[in-house]
Design a protein around this ligand. Structure first.
Ligand code: NAD
Length: 251
């Protein structure tokens, strides 16, 4: 994938799963990467596995001052910020009837407010330089009704809508904003959330009949960050094995 030399990316949730794989892929593509995660040890370990092209930073995406400080520090250190990937996110598997207010608010806070804060901080730098890419990690759960995901689906639907607004407002500044909607990808998150029954149901509901790999997901992020995606904005790229367009999921 063609990537201009010397580009710089921040990846939130970079300490695990999808975010970590995107960090590795970006580094292979020649970008300098800031691995940002609230789990300091995981962020350090991902950055160490990449080597000289990466630095680790501890970040809670709902801490506005910390988000702004990290973006400022990065832009000052490298003289630019080209890509912001917002992958930090949480989820629970619980019926709508059982989900508590506190659980609902917490998921909306991290998954929507956190992505807003990171996108806004990045955009403020990118507007100044007249270019940039923002890539928000949504979910197929934000596009269709997935049982047990009332808070998670609401948050990811919010991310998809927010992505469109950001794209419309930032286009004139040379900034593209897109979302990726993963289907089930094998990570720590799916390990926690998916029972054997969930796994069987997802595989049955998927046209490709399997979970996606981290490499398949990171390839989509690499595309959206690349020169080749210069005319793509406001879109949600589903990397879901066709689950989003398939028939019924499960009860
Ligand atoms: P993961 O649990 O492996 O990684 C998520 C990372 O986000 C963790 O390192 C965690 O420490 C970090 N994080 C959580 N809250 C944070 C906060 N407040 N501030 C900073 N970091 C925080 O999960 P994953 O599967 O890699 O998921 C990454 C993203 O992809 C999430 O937004 C998730 O909703 C989305 N997603 C995942 C799947 C999947 O199947 N794995 C499917 C659809 C969408």
């Amino acid at each position: 994938m063609a990537q201009a030399a010397g580009r710089v990316a921040i990846v939130t949730g970079g300490g695990s799963g999808i975010g970590a794989e995107i960090c590795r892929r970006f580094a292979q593509d020649g970008l300098s990467v800031v691995v940002a995660d609230r789990d300091a040890a995981n962020a350090e370990s991902v950055a160490a596995s990449i080597g000289a092209g990466a630095r680790a930073r501890t970040l809670d995406v709902v801490d506005e001052a910390a988000v702004d400080a990290l973006v400022k520090e990065t832009a000052e250190a490298f003289g630019r910020l080209d890509v912001m990937v917002t992958s930090a996110g949480i989820g629970i598997q619980k019926s709508m009837l059982e989900t508590t207010e506190a659980e609902f608010r917490r998921i909306l806070d991290i998954n929507v407010t956190g992505m807003f804060l990171c996108g806004r901080a990045a955009a403020r730098v990118m507007v100044g330089q007249g270019s940039g890419r923002i890539i928000n990690i949504a979910s197929v759960a934000g596009m269709r009704g997935v049982p047990g995901r009332v808070a998670y689906s609401a948050s990811k639907g919010g991310v998809i809508a927010m992505t469109k607004v950001m794209a419309v407002e930032l286009g004139e500044h040379g900034i593209t904003v897109n979302a990726i909607a993963p289907g089930p990808i094998e990570t720590a998150l799916t390990e926690r959330m998916h029972t054997d029954a969930t796994r069987a149901a997802y595989n049955a509901a998927s046209p490709l009949g399997r979970y996606g790999t981290l490499a398949e997901l990171a390839a989509a992020a690499a595309f959206l960050a690349s020169e080749e995606a210069s005319y793509v904005t406001g879109q949600t790229l589903a990397v879901d094995g066709g689950m989003g367009v398939a028939g019924p999921l499960f009860k």
